[in-house]
Design a protein around this ligand. Structure first.
Ligand code: 13P
Ligand code: SF4
Length: 327
């Protein structure tokens, strides 16, 4: 293992001067968007060049609402598979494109629908709360969906007399249980990106930036969350940075988030959360989408999200419940 912090922190300093002009590929995307009557939705972890051409950049909850409301013929979804799948579930008459069909999610993979179905058969009384980072098959077996932005509110709405099973993220589940006081059985899944942040690496970074508030995603381990000043969804990180009086923040989540923060709060400084081996941490699935693949998807109207209507309909019910409960 290399010496801790044997690397320069990744820092997004305040923005100065005019933004870079758009590249030919970015210009091409804006042109194709008009021709295809498309809308581009991008998650906060996408590369900066994709975020720049998107109509909306946000967290899973904001993206689900935008997808449901979209009126364009085509939704180019720059995120991972379960997010694009959710867009198709809530707005089935649209053509939903994902630049790279291999852009999956380790957390989603940790809960196969067959295993959840087997658990439910043995425990028919459980109320299943599924974090949105799961497949359509798992959603179809769940009672309600939540995101990191509304998980506390969703769990607070569940009837007191029902035992809760929270899938698939044990870290988020543990955080929600501690915030709501509700006992929950936790599926043993985790995000391979967020569990790489360590207390040791974070403490060393805090020494370099004394007084900088730490904001962490709830998918981080409890030990890391305990060092944070704020634990919240990626969208809420923007509001936290905007309203907090500090001018420098340590951000413990996937590094794409720094692009969003830098654009929305350009006068402040953001430092990426470190792991044992690296100054920042990227999700390999999120980064499978590139600006060239986004352009090709709009040009070819492929790769397209498709799913059996029966699964889509069953998966829609718990998503609809979430959207209604979190308004
Ligand atoms: P948010 O909904 O907070 O953006 O989180 C999505 C995600 O995949 C975190 O790893
Ligand atoms: Fe999934 Fe983790 Fe990547 Fe989010 S960061 S998409 S939870 S693997």
């Amino acid at each position: 293992m290399p010496e801790l912090l044997d690397y320069e922190p990744v820092v997004f300093a305040p923005a100065r001067g005019e933004p870079e002009p758009l590249s030919p590929v970015q210009e091409n995307i804006l042109e194709l968007k008009k021709q295809r009557n498309a809308i581009i939705l991008a998650h906060n972890y996408q590369v900066g060049e994709i975020q720049r051409v998107a109509d909306f950049v946000g967290d899973s909850l904001g993206l689900a609402y935008k997808a449901a409301e979209a009126e364009a013929d085509v939704i180019l979804f720059c995120g991972v598979h379960f997010m694009a799948e959710t867009a198709k579930i809530v707005n089935p008459n649209k053509t939903v494109l994902l630049p790279d069909m291999e852009a999956g999610c380790s957390l989603s993979d940790s809960c196969p629908p067959e295993q959840l179905a087997a658990y439910k058969e043995k425990h028919p009384d459980v109320y299943v709360v599924a974090y949105i980072n799961c497949s359509a098959g798992v959603k179809a077996l769940s009672d309600v969906i939540c995101t990191s932005g509304n998980a506390v509110k969703i769990v607070e709405n569940i009837p007191e007399d029902r035992p809760i099973l929270f899938v698939p993220d044990q870290n988020l589940g543990q955080w929600v249980a501690s915030r709501t006081g509700r006992e929950m059985r936790l599926w043993p899944g985790s995000c391979y990106v967020h569990i790489l942040f360590t207390v040791r690496a974070l403490e060393q970074l805090k020494e370099k930036y004394p007084g900088a508030p730490v904001v962490a995603h709830p998918e981080c381990t409890e030990a890391v969350r305990d060092l944070a000043d704020e634990v919240c969804s990626t969208e809420k990180m923007v509001g936290f940075a905007r309203t907090h009086p500090a001018d420098t923040f340590i951000v413990i989540t996937e590094a794409g988030m720094l692009h969003r923060l830098h654009r929305e709060v350009p006068e402040k400084t953001f430092v990426a959360g470190p792991t044992e081996n690296c100054a920042c941490n990227e999700c390999r699935f999120m980064k499978m989408n590139t600006i060239d693949k986004a352009r090709d998807a709009l040009e070819n109207l492929q790769p397209e999200i498709v799913m059996p209507e029966e699964i889509r309909r069953a998966a829609y019910q718990p998503i609809k419940r979430m959207l209604d409960w979190s308004r």
